[in-house]
Design a protein around this ligand. Structure first.
Ligand SMILES: Nc1ncnc2c1ncn2[C@@H]1O[C@H](COP(=O)(O)OP(=O)(O)OP(=O)(O)O)[C@@H](O)[C@H]1O
Length: 635
């Protein structure tokens, strides 16, 4: 933006000279002719035109300065210009009255050089004052005057010889250059002030600034909203008059920042930071920034929600891992200790034992617990898809690649933990890429040649014997050693049968079933092998909670087992105790009424079938409901 510069001069010659210089400097200059008080009207107009700087000289410059906030650059004749004019004056008299607004430095020396008697008349600001001074000079016997054009004009009207002091071209050039510089600085300053204002206006934080006298200088719109006080009321007032319990004065005196302090303003609780403004070791004020605590809570909720919707948060802690057995307690203790380190953790355990649960818990005690937690089931995706999910891709990396590319899960887990479940299922190609990530701590998106540094802790889980896979060449040995740093074995449920009733009751409570586990079922459950471990137990309890009011607990369990056997194999294969009776094909009962004999027969058969009603119903060739009715009559 070109600066707007104006020159106000009492005589046209200076205007013409300045125009010429401005042209040479490629600067646009508005020239106005006016002297002393006449200049005030002109200045008003220039203000409307947003002129940045005014150039003027002598008394006119002094008048302008008093009447505007626009900066005024002096274009004063210099000593050489005065000397030239005095030299001219000497041609007419040895006594010269000098009419200039400011004292001329070195005037005595000039007078001596020129051998001239010079008397200076100065500091006038209106025509009347000049007139009076000229009268005084005349009375003192001066016949020649040298000075500003206004003075020269008046002197000539009174018949005196008068020589004007012209401003040299060099002085004009300097004035224009100076004006240009000031205009530029002003523009920059105005821009900075606008930016600062925008920051204050649009900041969500309340901002209050006090000066060294504890007077409020800044009170932004957010501060108005939070405090309910209007800025216009408080700016220029002492802070303690308006802000209850303010510590701004104390902060100024202590010279120590107070950060994250809670403060009550009416019914609102705010979190505030107060920091002293120290310039060259002097406290020149205090700045306070603050926001309502409810807003922080809202943000937190939003952030958590966003992370939740992405599944990027650990949802479980060690408290969620139920079990008192020695086996699970040892595993928990070990895993908790590993949580504090940053090395890779390998979780080994059968399906459904709680490996993912352990991964969540390890992250939640780790120093990374504020970072994201990303869980990936490596067996759930085909190799190519898993690769693009884990490492991300650049736009156009493959057909169907999303515009703008996509960050991989390693990038999303930056600062946190990534959990790779079923690690044994990844291909050798993926194993090589994973090894590089672990070694270099960098990922490269598909279709990109840029390495992105990532700071991620890795937890992997397997239900397969990785060492055996290494021996069979299915798993890279170097990766195995990288992963097998901190190892936790999670025991299967059958190795901690004492936890079964506890877990069952825990899941029942989770379902709000409002009942306790039938002790008979609890015992039976402890005898069962639970090949699907806790997951299987949990799904049984979900069914149990729904059916417990509909049918006997034993029937629910037996039906459950029946289905499991159908899917997985015989009771023997499932590890259930099956009565091994040498007289398997016969049952002895006492002779009695038909009813009685049937009751005894059913009781004995039930015992033989280890209370597995489905199996018994099948053996007797009757439906389970018929058997159930008969059992009811037995009881
Ligand atoms: N000790 C436990 N206490 C409470 N809940 C548990 C426990 N162990 C496992 N669970 C629950 O059992 C289910 C299966 O657990 P999880 O998914 O962690 O097992 P996993 O070993 O990772 O299974 P997979 O090998 O099939 O991936 C989850 O619902 C989990 O919350």
């Amino acid at each position: 933006m070109r600066p707007k510069i104006a020159l106000i001069t009492p005589y046209s010659e200076l205007g013409m000279l300045a125009g010429e210089v401005a042209c040479e400097l490629n600067e646009s200059l508005v020239v106005k002719q006016a002297a002393l008080e006449e200049a005030i009207q002109v200045v008003r107009k220039l203000e409307e035109e947003n002129v940045d700087v005014i150039i003027s000289r002598g008394g006119t410059a002094a008048v302008i300065r008093k009447n505007t906030s626009i900066p005024v650059v002096l274009c004063e004749a210099n000593t050489f210009d005065v000397l030239l004019a005095l030299h001219q004056g000497k041609k007419f008299s040895n006594r010269v009255a000098l009419f200039v607004f400011n004292q001329v430095p070195g005037l005595d020396t000039i007078a001596e050089i020129l051998d001239l008697d010079v008397c200076q008349f100065c500091s006038y600001e209106d025509l009347h004052a000049i007139e009076q001074e000229i009268e005084r000079a005349m009375k003192a016997g001066f016949e020649v005057i040298v000075g500003s054009l206004v003075a020269v004009r008046m002197a000539r009207e009174r018949g005196l010889k008068a020589i004007p002091i012209y401003t040299s071209k060099e002085t004009v050039r300097e004035a224009i250059l100076k004006a240009r510089e000031i205009a530029m600085v002003r523009h920059k300053e105005a821009e900075r002030a606008k930016r600062m204002q925008a920051i204050l206006d649009f900041a969500y934080d309340g901002i209050i600034v006090t000066n060294e006298d504890d007077v409020i200088e800044v009170f932004n719109p957010a501060a108005e909203k939070i405090t309910g006080i209007r800025a216009a009321q408080v700016i220029g007032q002492k802070a303690e008059q308006w802000i209850p319990n303010t510590r701004l004065v104390a902060v100024k005196e202590n010279r120590r920042p107070e950060v994250g302090e809670l403060q009550e303003i009416g019914k609102t609780t705010i979190v505030t930071n107060r920091v002293p403004i120290i310039v060259k070791d002097k406290v020149v004020g205090v700045v306070a920034t603050f926001h309502e605590i409810s807003r922080i809570q809202n943000w937190e909720r939003k952030i958590r929600k966003a992370l939740y919707s992405k599944g990027l948060i650990a949802k479980h802690t060690f408290d969620d891992i139920i079990g008192n057995s020695q086996a699970i307690t040892t595993a928990k203790l070990q895993a908790r200790n590993y949580g504090f380190y940053d090395s890779t953790v390998l979780l080994v355990g059968e399906t459904g034992t709680g490996k993912e649960l352990f991964a969540h818990a390890i992250h939640s005690v780790s120093p990374r617990n504020n970072g994201p937690f990303v869980a990936v089931n490596c067996s759930a995706l085909p190799d190519g898809l898993l690769e693009s999910e884990l490492f991300g891709y650049e736009e156009g990396a493959f057909t169907g690649a999303r515009r703008g590319g996509k960050p991989g899960l390693f990038e999303l887990a930056h600062g946190g933990t990534i959990f790779l479940d079923e690690i044994s299922s990844i291909s050798l190609n993926m194993q090589a890429r994973l090894l590089r990530v672990i070694q270099e701590k960098e990922v490269m998106r598909l279709g990109s040649d840029k390495l992105i540094p990532v700071d991620v802790r890795i937890i992997v889980a397997t239900n397969k014997d990785l060492a055996a896979l290494v021996a069979r060449g299915k798993f890279r040995e170097d990766l195995y050693f990288r992963l097998n740093v901190l190892r936790v074995r999670i025991p299967p449920l059958r190795e901690r049968r004492e936890d079964i009733p506890l877990l069952a009751q825990y899941f029942l409570d989770q379902q709000n079933a409002g009942c306790n586990l039938d002790p008979v079922i609890a015992r039976k459950m402890q005898e069962y092998r639970w090949p699907g471990n806790v997951r299987e137990l949990k799904s049984f309890i979900s069914r149990y909670a729904i059916l417990v009011n509909e049918m006997p607990a034993e029937t629910i369990f037996e039906d459950f087992l029946h289905e499991t056997f159908r899917l997985m194999g015989s009771p023997e294969e499932m590890g259930l105790p099956v009565e091994k009776d040498p007289n398997q094909n016969t049952v002895t009962i006492k002779i009695g009424s038909l009813d009685k004999m049937e009751r005894e027969l059913i009781q004995k058969m039930l015992a033989r079938y280890d209370h597995n009603r489905s199996a018994l119903a099948k053996a007797l060739g009757i439906s389970r409901s018929t058997l159930w009715k008969k059992l009811k009559s037995v009881r």
